[in-house]
Design a protein around this ligand. Sequence first.
Ligand code: FAD
Length: 557
Amino acid sequence: MSDETSDRDTERLFPTLTQQQVEQLATYGSRRAMRRGETLMEPGDPHPSCFVVVRGSVEILRVANEGETLVHLHQAGQFTGEANLLTGRAALVRIRANEDGEVVVLNRDQVLRVLQLESEIGQIVMRAFILRRVELIARGYGDAVLLGSTHCAGTLRIREFLTRNGHPFVYIDLDTQHDVQALLDSLGVTAEDIPVVMSRGNVLLRNPSNGEVADTLGFNISVDLDAVRDVVVVGAAPAGLAAAVYAASEGLDALVIELAAAGGQAVSSSRIENYLGFPNGITGQELAARAFAQAQKFGADFLIAKHAAHLACERRPYTIEIDGGRRIAARTVIIASGATYRKPDLPHLTEFEGAGIYYGATAMEAQLCGGEEVIVIGGGNSAGQAAVFLAATSRHVHVLVRGESLADSMSRYLVRRLEANPKISVRTHTELVALEGNGHLAHVTWRDTTTGTVERRGIRHVFIMAGALPATGWLDSCAVIDDKGFLKTGGDLTPDDLAARQWPLPRPPHTLETSLPGVFAVGDVRSGSMKRVASAVGEGAAAVALVHRILREQGAQ
Ligand SMILES: Cc1cc2nc3c(=O)[nH]c(=O)nc-3n(C[C@H](O)[C@H](O)[C@H](O)COP(=O)(O)OP(=O)(O)OC[C@H]3O[C@@H](n4cnc5c(N)ncnc54)[C@H](O)[C@@H]3O)c2cc1C
């Protein structure tokens, strides 16, 4: 693969197993002969396999309009495959026998069994799969091409969606690569169709939704929608991912429904410094990617870019309707749908979302506004972290706060960092009152709320970090919520709450259990939760222990 890849990295990417290890793998799969030139797998294959070379060699080929490119030649003792064998997504490459020989073929279930039961081989295989996916992303060796413009919110949305889902793609910026226009003209693509996603050279999606992109690229292809699951988790962020890891590793049949990509709010965090075990911090994206892979290793299923739109709570098993009207049946439910950013009431706000207005500060947004002045709105820890992060690459960061100081809302260590950084100014008693621009934010106006003075500045990037609203609207009125819309659980549910919902059991609700038996709320969506990654993870894990109890109660185990 990459020319810069060192020998050590190459050995980790393409390890050679001992004969004994190959024999061990053969006990999980089946042996088959191969003939030189025979195609073993095509890009887009919905059920990719892992081929372990016993004799001969196999080629990994990237297939594009220009033809085939050799990605790697696997020799005896080496094995094919990458992270799509964990995610259950479609194949990205062609695999062809380079000479006559023999391979061991393992389907996805067999690979997962190896990962779960063979610790030494499993570690080698898992590491290789993840490193290969990272390399594919770095090289853009995927099956998707995104054609868009940096001034277009839809382009940012799809770039974010593919990046956050770890899907390799090639991005073609139409603002700089004018020669692509002839191709678009020949396909009848107009300015309104931008962004455009091309897949495997023959599918063309015009300004698609994330769900359409996911369906076309086969993100959910291996998920059985008809099974009655032991537990359905809604939301694949810290709380939901922890629930998935614990449920799947403890033998429960778990399905996670996620409307965007794994990670939730945590992905907006450029560096989480207070999560146990990471003294130098960890990006939310990395934490989520690790947890996502871990849950899949244990066999949890994920439905990506699917919205849990309704919970039918009148009957057991519960059913959750996903967009499109399809219903998923569940003996128990863990609600980990978290919270979304609070948006200030500002004219033209949505017009500039993704084009100067951002709700997260990650490397991607930092790159968009590198070297320019930026504004961060908010007085909480997320605002402080964003300001420190953005100060490293931007010319100056203005932190706008309505109150008279940061002391009440932000951790002291962050306040000190803001004060010590000459590239950050904190403007108290200040609020944004106007946004202007043509397609992209160009000017902002802020007002000093004590003097009424207004100031118009040529600032093109505003990061809004102003708190969160619970994602509970989809539950209609199934479960009891508090006055802010967060789900009440356990001891917070009053006798009146339970009477109003006709709580049917002689026992009171367990901790984390909502007013619906067997339906739990964990993480930021739960009333009274700590709104931290560690607490969300702890609650997700703890809920699984209670799921076991409920299943026993139902006699389903
Ligand atoms: C910028 C920023 C920085 C932060 N920094 C830190 C930090 O340094 N340390 C710390 O401890 N905490 C930090 N936090 C807080 C932390 O990220 C949250 O407490 C944590 O992410 C909560 O996890 P969660 O799983 O409960 O929910 P969320 O992270 O809110 O995720 C909920 C998930 O559910 C999905 N979802 C919602 N509705 C539906 C639906 N109907 N159907 C399907 N899926 C749905 C969402 O897409 C999302 O993926 C930060 C937060 C932000 C925004």
